[in-house]
Design a protein around this ligand. Sequence first.
Ligand code: URA
Length: 441
Amino acid sequence: MNMRDIIIAKRDKQSLTDEQIKFFVQGVTDGSIPDYQTSALLMAIVLNGMDEHEMTTLTLEMAASGKQLTLPYIEGISVDKHSTGGVGDKVTPILLPLIASFGVEVVKLSGRGLGFTGGTVDKFESIEGFNVEVDTKDFHMYVIQTGMVISGQTPDLAPADKILYALRDVTGTVDSIPLIASSIMSKKIAAGAQGIVLDVTCGSGAFMKDFDMAKELAEAMIKIGKLAGRQVVAVITNMDEPLGRFCGNVLEMQEVFNTVTGKGESDVIEVVTELAYHLIKIAQKDAGMSEEVLKNEIRARLSDGTVYEKYKQLIESQGGKLNAAGSPVYVSKPFDCMHVNSPDAGYVQSIKTDLIGQASVLLGAGRLAKTDKIDYGAGIGFFVKVGDRVERGDSLCALYTGEDSQLPEDKLYDAMDLILDAYEIGPNPPEKKPAILGVIT
Ligand code: URA
């Protein structure tokens, strides 16, 4: 077997055999296949696709390229959640204590932000003292203590994906349903959970720009999960505007605190409720409640202090600091340094969410390269969202930097320009998309 023949087979639109895929993944992992051949095959996959069987084999081989967790200390059915990424996506820090309050134990491995989508690990790191580098051998201790643990992705989990993703990033081969689906599912399968709930974001601030693409990705991941013996549900959520009122690390964690203390934004509550519902059902901790009763119970727990108590446990167990009033202490204080005002009167028609993400990165909230340092206090607050009425001169957004930021003024103005490009104002009220666009089981 050799790589040249495998590349030619995919170039000529043939299905790759299990042996060919295995040869490829093993060669990527042990470094025996040069990057130029790997890149050529990736491009052939982007152009000619993969069938379900190939996708599943690729996923399982990538999952098997490193350590695979089994989570024996989780009582009952283990579950996991994954989002395909977005702007203002603060769901995980709310979801973990919420489902833990129903007795759903969870080990959550999360990534750092790269490009315009934020990373959950960075968000937790904006709490003073919070340790996200948990050794896998200590997971059971946290699960016994609080029912949950959050940690950065360990380097030995699906290493083939890490190598492939880095190459895809620089060879224009990220946008491919088989490659995205296998990348995500290999990490989920290696992380060990039996049930997986996927938040497939859809819109200008997501990988999948329209509903049909998001559905295709969701269906591909569900099929892979099923063939790999996992139960998978996908919730397609709207990313044609940022989720909630803030993006940026401390700003989002402040919004998380508001949500777990009963003051959440309706779109955040809606997404969290839908995802929690499926996770609790899959884990069989729903106590026979109907969908309506369970969703009402979820919402009630966000406002009656139940989730807040679990949230405090999560933070304290991983070394995070709380002040005397029970609120997290953050590593940076956001400073409201500029408001972007509406040039016109009318209704917000749309918000190009990728531009909002880019503006947030310019302010320092995200990274363009893995080694970039982030400003935890930086980000954006949204005074108005799609469907809201504005008058000329009203504030659309507030731009924040950390209190000690040395951000050059020209970057602040570049961020302002991006926001003015992002907001489309028109004369009539637009049709507002719901936060949940579909559920695929
Ligand atoms: N997230 C991943 O983990 N992999 C992809 O390919 C895209 C998004």
